[in-house]
Design a protein around this ligand. Structure first.
Ligand code: FES
Length: 95
């Protein structure tokens, strides 16, 4: 459904929920997730409803994920780096 506009950019490998994913260097984490999983990035704490990136500019907070070493963060404002470990946020997450 989603694809990157620069298919020849160098790739970096991340782990998303334990699965290896390759994305172009310099992409945001939100774009990496949309292109590779197409699914929710988090589940709401109260109703456990699936949520996904909406604004892609840091306003809506629908894209939060847990990034190892950074805690819960907005994926649209984070840039991928090699070896990054990302987890889908479930419930309240950890700070
Ligand atoms: S998509 Fe809205 S804050 Fe990230």
């Amino acid at each position: 459904m989603f694809q990157f506009l620069e298919p020849h950019a160098p790739l970096v490998t991340l782990k998303v929920d334990g699965r290896d994913v390759q994305v172009p260097a310099g992409a945001s984490v939100a774009l990496a997730l949309l292109a590779n999983t197409g699914g929710p990035t988090r589940y709401s704490p109260a109703a456990h409803g699936p949520r996904a990136p909406f604004c892609l500019m840091g306003v809506c907070h629908e894209c939060t994920v847990e990034i190892e070493g950074q805690g819960i963060t907005r994926s649209c404002l984070s840039t991928v780096c090699p070896g990054m470990r990302i987890s889908t946020e479930t419930g309240n997450g950890t700070l």
